[in-house]
Design a protein around this ligand. Sequence first.
Ligand code: GLU
Length: 295
Amino acid sequence: MRTRSTLRRYSALTAAALAAALVLTACGDDDGGDATTEPTADAADFPEGSTMAELAEAGSITVGTKFDQPLFGLVGPDGTPVGFDVEIAKIIAGELGISEDNIEWVETVSANRESFIQDGRVDIVVATYTINDERKELVDFAGPYFEAGQTIMVLEENSDINGPDDLAGRRVCSVEGSTPAENIRTNYPEAELFPTGAYSDCLEPLRNGQVDAVTTDNVILSGFVDQNPGEFKLVGEPFTQEPYGIGLMHGDTEFRNWINDVLEASYDDGRWEEAWAETAGAVLDTPEPPAVDRY
Ligand code: GLU
């Protein structure tokens, strides 16, 4: 069970004051930048004892996200991450009455997402996190809020690798604890997997020829291509389905259902699309939001 300190409860007062200030300053502010983040609730709006009530009362939420993935979660010089996942987390926090200043961002990498949720080190994970049956044994997922697919990135001048079957006998970099690495191990055993801790750790090995390719979700690789003009390219079509979910404590169905409601509302009122447009939409086409899966 989560225990939250008195200090955190006091911060709810600060959050409430900040919420009031934001509502006031929002009048006449039409730059669109804060639409996803205005706090809109307090603890009394939620069932007593629910995770929503606890978080709303605390006035803060701890979110696990990626810190090294352009477009979805990339930490800036001020230490705050930006990207589509970050905006999705802000929408959820906002519905709890928590302003973005009261979100504590924690870096999660592919391999530690389940344990960070199980240990209570984070309240939710929004981190290019594929929903699958194995992970559902350990954590719960709201969503999906996006559908990615595994693909391959090579050096711009490479013409030998055009799809996963060309990886046989080649060194391919991916991240330990990720579904793409697992897929290579299981379904492409002739490829030589070069596992790292985070995707940004694959870039230098690709540049210096230590590996021949990098594989993970198309949208993650597209971010690296965009950030390094002329260096890398994506090859072939996506060859898996990677539905991105919001990870939370196993068994907290009330919280999962509530996040699913929030996601659906954000689809309907344009906040999801705005979050996309402000982040990944700078590089990628706008997709249709996927139907949430209330499993
Ligand atoms: N979506 C895949 C996964 O959750 C790959 C991306 C990642 O490692 O974050 O494993």
